[in-house]
Ligand binder design. Structure first.
Ligand code: ADP
Ligand code: ASP
Ligand code: MG
Length: 453
């Protein structure tokens, strides 16, 4: 068959809890069966597996401790394997993955080489996709396990690899489309490969991004993100029971929410969707009948307030020089150092002699963290103050910078809390507040009451 697009193609992604065990996988199989347009399936590692792999990759441990982690991973995967009818066919392949996994885990350099870490991390998705394709076959869906590394080409920034869109589009059309005529392809989220063929990963939560990238490369019409909540909510339902699911969202709103902490979507997921106008659905694989959120270009409504997000573990850096008034290029110098250390700045405020900015700094992130070296480099030409224990709370909406009264309602709701930094006006879709981490839950709840209840 020629490698031209398939009509109405849907790419479905199932997150960690959705492929956590055999029963959860069975729900996913039913979802796939019910939509004949679903021809590409992207899976995360079974819940808990990536965390265990990250522990092995990032923490110096004794061989005994490593074996303990490996056996925890093994018992998650064995439980699924044992529920399969065609164990004999799948077991040798799983064993192969397990032995390459334990070889990497016990490698002397595992804590020091980013390429080995990514190879190790990729095993979670490689095992779950193998098992899930067997589950689909068991439920009469003809499925093949497809190695995403043949298609998902990236640079060599291990842990946070950047996809090469052109190569992905060519390879997806060449290698995946022809196979979709008579099979569903089950492939790995989160994983890619660089130009030399080394395994890379896209950053935590990256399987959503994989699904959107493949949807883009294949010219899909829709991309479904099946997870453990019945859509994108007004705020994280774990923060307040008053949060409620949203029937629709615009690409921009969803992108803002993901960027500012709504974990339900990886921050980059909306980029391919926006470029190719791919409708994205978010729903619960456990309760598909409850519907979910459709993320589209144009929504029926454009409310001033759509949702509230929170991002934890932010640091605020203030650099100050008495010479700033006269010193041209001060900001450039500061941001060159930040860029060289591959740190990404979120909020910025400036005064005549100082500039403050925030950085995402979660302890278990694979992203670069603010380190002593960066602080010392900055310290060579200005005073540097680093403040920790902040969270970023963001209200996401529309035309927020141009409608009267939008910000006053927000500030009235949080009048009782110290706002360390405010970011507003650069973008019509958000207003961000940096607050003490001990206040952030209350701040989100107060805003939710004022804006949505
Ligand atoms: P998956 O493993 O399926 O990718 P994640 O744990 O990454 O699932 O994302 C789903 C979780 O995102 C939910 O359980 C919820 O706690 C969290 N979340 C954060 N913000 C939101 C939001 N605004 N709407 C829905 N879920 C959210
Ligand atoms: N398994 C990876 C993680 O836990 C990727 C994903 O689930 O999206 O971060
Ligand atoms: Mg996720």
């Amino acid at each position: 068959m020629s490698n031209t697009a398939i009509n109405n193609l849907n790419v479905a992604k199932f997150g960690g809890t959705s492929v956590a065990n055999f029963a959860a996988m069975q729900n996913c199989a039913n979802i796939i069966k019910n939509n004949p347009n679903t021809k590409v399936v992207v899976v995360s590692a079974s819940a808990g597996v990536t965390n265990l792999l990250v522990d092995i990759a990032h923490t110096a441990m004794s061989k005994e401790q490593i074996r303990q982690k490996l056996s925890e991973i093994d018992s998650i995967q064995q439980a699924i394997l044992q529920a399969l009818k065609n164990i004999d066919e799948v077991e040798p392949k799983l064993q192969q993955l397990q032995s390459s996994l334990s070889e990497l885990a016990l490698h002397e350099e595992i804590n020091h080489r980013a390429d080995l870490k990514d190879s190790l991390l990729s095993h979670g998705e490689r095992m779950s996709s193998l098992l899930f394709s067997a589950v689909l076959n068991q439920f009469d869906v003809k499925a093949e396990n497809f190695d995403v590394r043949n298609v998902l080409k990236t640079d060599s920034e291990f842990g946070q690899a950047v996809p090469n869109l052109e190569q992905i589009a060519i390879a997806a059309k060449q290698l995946m489309l022809p196979a979709l005529v008579d099979s569903v392809l089950v492939t790995q989220g989160f994983v890619g490969s660089d130009q030399q063929g080394n395994t890379t990963t896209l950053g935590r939560g990256g399987s959503d991004f994989t699904a959107a990238l493949l949807a883009e490369g294949l010219g899909a019409e829709t991309c479904e993100i099946w997870t453990d909540v019945i859509g994108v909510y007004t705020t994280d339902p774990r923060i307040t029971a008053s949060a409620r699911p949203l029937p629709e969202l615009s690409f921009e709103e969803a992108a803002e929410m993901a960027t500012f902490g709504a974990k339900v979507l990886h921050p980059a997921t909306m980029e391919p969707a926006l470029r190719q106008d791919i409708k994205v659905f978010v729903g619960s694989s456990k309760e598909p009948e409850k519907g979910g959120t459709w993320i589209v270009r144009d929504c029926v409504t454009e409310p001033s307030y759509r949702a509230i997000t929170r991002r934890k573990e932010q640091v605020m850096v203030t650099v100050k020089t008495p010479k700033m008034m006269y010193a041209q290029g001060f900001l450039q110098k500061v941001f060159t150092i930040i860029a060289e250390h591959k740190l990404s700045v979120d909020l910025i405020t400036t005064s005549e002699i100082s500039v403050s900015f925030t950085l995402d700094n979660p302890a278990n992130s694979v992203l670069k963290r603010l380190n002593q070296e960066t602080i010392e480099e900055l310290g060579q030409f200005c005073d540097v103050l680093v403040e920790e224990n902040y969270d970023l709370v963001t209200v996401v909406g529309n035309n927020m910078h141009s409608a009267a009264g939008v910000s006053s309602k927000i500030f009235a709701a949080v009048a009782d809390y110290n706002l360390r930094m405010i970011c507003y006006g650069a973008n019509p879709h958000n207003l961000s507040l940096l607050v003490n981490d001990s206040d952030s839950q209350d701040v989100v709840c107060a805003l939710h009451r004022a804006l949505f209840e």
